[in-house]
Design a protein around this ligand. Sequence first.
Ligand code: CTP
Length: 407
Amino acid sequence: MTGPGYTSSRRTLPLEGRRVALGVTGSIAAYKAADLASKLTQAGAMVEVVMTAAAARFVTPLTFQSLTRAAVIDDMFAASEPEAHVEVARRAEAFVIAPATADCLANLAQGMTPDMVTLTALATTAPVLVAPAMDGQMWEHPATQANVATLRARGVCFVGPMPGRLASGRMGAGRMAEVPQVTGALRQLLGRDGDFAGRHVVVSAGGTQEPIDPVRFVGNRSTGKMGFAVAEAARDRGARVTIVTGPVALETPFGCERVNVGTVAEMLAALEAATSDADALVMAAAPADFRPASPAGQKIKKTPGQETLDLSLAKTPDILATLPGGGVRVGFAAETHDLAGHAVEKLRAKRLDFIVANDVTAAGSGFGTETNQVTVFHRDGRVEELPLMSKYAVAHAILDRVLRSAG
Ligand code: CTP
């Protein structure tokens, strides 16, 4: 079983085949829209750009045309196709307006159509995602906030604006959201009626850090990529997602709640809280099995002539074995030998619905890679060997099996 629209290619390119209209209005942030158009196209979307005349003074239509390989609509009075925007509006599965100026928000709220972007907005029934960009005081002005409230009440979604340095040189909340956030918000919007809609998926990710002293820790090589891929894929299928993660160098996928933890004890506590209403727990983290038995309160100093340092390690709790519920329970087994034997033993001991096992010594699998080749061992004894795939595609394969286990 696959989710609605989750074709095999969409498991590699999340926006494969999706028709996205991109409205660009006249802000200095229009340069980010060029990158957005490029990233959406690379992610498989068919992007059609509509621009205001002011936007075309910041970035030329030719830039967007080259990036999207599609005609750009920027002239209300173009003789050739006066109704082209209506066709774009009809075809679109989503209309993203990025950047959206204060003026654009005001026109949208009033149903005014002085330019091609607002005209297209009025002509579409597709969901609308807006990424505002303006000076902080303009964003905070009651007039703008009233327009935002009107648009939200009408079902328009917002991404940003973000706090930071503004074009005026001042600091404030008015920066257009960065491209990964806009793309994430779009994916969430397009997937909101997906097969995980109404479900809460809890994902753990990354390794833990068990203190030796205030500046050192015992850790492992987990980068969190597999767990974050599961979180993104679940978000793309409509789930509410909580990521409980050890320290990793990954951005939070848009729309996912993130809980940062350091130690196994903290991860256990965070997962106990997060799984109270979970429909699935995907335990992709690599919690430490042992921690320094008595961490030093001060930095451990070496003494002259000292050649060794003995660390006494104590067992940490097995999080999966300790947690009572979580809905459909999925574990991972990273092994270097006897994959099947170890995986099946963990499946039983940790009361899992299925376990996703990989040989971390195999090429293309394991820590830090973009791909994974996994074998799924089910509680009922079934074994499925999956091909080498991107971690995002593996995430979808896992979620398909979560749905089947949920019944
Ligand atoms: N796990 C856990 N709590 C721990 C250690 C691991 O919940 N303290 C989870 C992992 O997140 C993973 C599964 O248990 O989903 C298997 O983890 P793995 O490290 O492969 O196995 P361990 O049970 O730690 O056994 P070993 O290290 O001996 O292979």
